[in-house]
Design a protein around this ligand. Sequence first.
Ligand SMILES: C[S@@+](CC[C@H](N)C(=O)[O-])C[C@H]1O[C@@H](n2cnc3c(N)ncnc32)[C@H](O)[C@@H]1O
Length: 240
Amino acid sequence: MVNRNDPRQYDELAEEWWKPNGAFAMLHWLAKSRCALIPEPARADAVLVDIGCGGGLNTKHVSGYRHIGIDLRQPNLRLAADHGLAAVRGDALRLPVADESADVVVAGEILEHVPDWRAAVAEACRILRPGGTLVVDTLADTWLCRFVAVTLAERMPGGPPPGIHDPALFVPPQALLSECAGFGVTLELWGLRPAALSLVRWLVRRRGEVPMITTRSKSILYAGRGVKHAHGSAHGRRDA
Ligand SMILES: C[S@@+](CC[C@H](N)C(=O)[O-])C[C@H]1O[C@@H](n2cnc3c(N)ncnc32)[C@H](O)[C@@H]1O
């Protein structure tokens, strides 16, 4: 029995990444809504760093960037590379990327998987160029999220693999806003949920795609985007 959130669980699940109706179905739906937040590349050699890229699901929706994926697990990186990512082994808490070198940083469903989300945010903001865009989505540190994403969802057919989440690591939205602001990134956050009817249809027939829609409540799943202002601090230092 491995501990909750042990990243080695992904090695067993490698074959699931690219099955649209497999264990990571919701990550497919999320990749689409997340990548819609990515701006058009401002120049030919623009760089997008995809932190915790997993099997590379964002590649379906990203074009025009030099797309670099970073992940802890080798089987994920192999798959991501097969789908066109420049895949690099690394830790979200210590990214192997130079300061202020990314035009876009994507942190999709990764902050709730690291032992110190504040350190991961510091790293994401460190590698982002002034004027660059940070795109995030994660799970909220609330009882409702623990109930829905762990107690309920892990028991549902098609839900997240049991043990993949550790609710102790979920991220408070307000604290994420303040943390990013401290590094010069002004985030706007909103709630996200699967469209109810499509989800029911998907649960019954296990076919088709479920659109993710925005909600006012950020108490379960939430997403956001922000731009790093010109004087944002690098090296994980906070703005004065
Ligand atoms: C829920 S998956 C999200 C994958 C991808 N972002 C997506 O949305 O399809 C979390 C990913 O983060 C990776 N991961 C977990 N801890 C990590 C860490 N400390 N540094 C880098 N990657 C990590 C896992 O291996 C896994 O691929």
